[in-house]
Design a protein around this ligand. Structure first.
Ligand code: ZN
Ligand code: ZN
Length: 271
């Protein structure tokens, strides 16, 4: 299983000289296993992934969306593989609190006056699949996906992908309730080789952002300990945190839990 980070930010892209090291693109993580590709979220990081995918023959791809906040879908209209005939792509998202299905939501985003190119211009063989959060499915033989609801305004869906005894958890856009253990999050992270977790804030910053739907790196460390995660990856960085801030957070987190890393655009993990 090969896992690569294409965008590690939350909320809004923040390119510039102060964010060169960890990157400024929003959420997108690629998982490759069993000849299959799974893309977690379609934030602005997916655009560069599209260029990398164009360089080689593309097998089947599943795009799993956590929810529809713009930082998780804004890259999709710029994702070249969707416009390329012959590619086979399945978009999947949970029916959360919205009344519209996945296809309709993307159609709305890719409609004038918001965007000039309609969804119908996707020339790949594209399918849109809504599921009920909590469902499990097998996008390719031997590749298992577990889903669980997260605590976020409008809802969000966390994922765990398992293959051949390895697993990666993708838990982003969730707010913890202090003093409680979120059993959905622990289910997703339990014994995972790699776990991405919403570390937008520090505990000191959280009170000013209560109810915004995000968590802290300290909670990430705490939950990873309970769940017995092998490698914890702090993810969905606050755009106000520059490289120096993230270096400092990374040092503190690695002291609290050795082996913890701060997600960095371009970083690859082999499980
Ligand atoms: Zn987000
Ligand atoms: Zn969100």
């Amino acid at each position: 299983m090969v896992v690569k980070v294409w965008g590690a930010r939350g909320s809004v892209p923040c390119p510039g000289p102060r964010t060169v090291k960890y990157g400024g693109n929003t959420s997108c993580v690629e998982v490759r296993c069993a000849g299959h590709r799974i893309v977690l979220d379609g934030g602005t990081g997916i655009r560069e992934l599209g260029h990398a995918m164009a360089a080689e023959p593309l097998g089947p791809v599943d795009v799993l969306l956590t929810h529809f906040h713009l930082d998780h879908i804004a890259g999709l209209p710029f994702w070249a593989p969707a416009y390329t005939p012959g590619n086979s792509i399945v978009f999947r998202a949970a029916r959360l609190q919205q009344t519209f299905g996945l296809r309709e939501i993307l159609h709305k985003m890719m409609s004038p006056p918001l965007f000039p190119i309609p969804l119908d211009e996707f020339r790949a063989d594209v399918r849109f699949e809504d599921f009920s959060c909590g469902a499990e499915f097998e996008p390719a033989p031997g590749v298992r996906v577990m889903t669980r609801p997260l605590n976020h305004p409008g809802g969000a869906c966390g994922y765990r992908i398992s293959h051949a005894g390895r697993s990666v958890a993708y838990v982003t856009d969730t707010e913890h309730v202090p003093g409680t253990d979120d059993s959905n999050v622990i289910d997703l992270m339990r014994g995972a080789d790699l776990a991405f977790y919403d570390s937008t804030y520090s505990e000191a910053e959280l009170p000013a952002h209560a109810g915004w739907g995000h968590s802290t790196w300290e909670e990430a460390v705490r939950l990873a300990g309970i769940a017995g995660v092998e490698t914890l990856v702090l993810f969905h960085h606050d755009p106000r945190h520059d490289d120096a801030d993230l270096d400092r957070i990374g040092d503190q987190a690695a002291q609290a839990r050795p082996g913890t890393v701060v997600a960095r655009e371009g970083e690859e993990f082999r499980l």
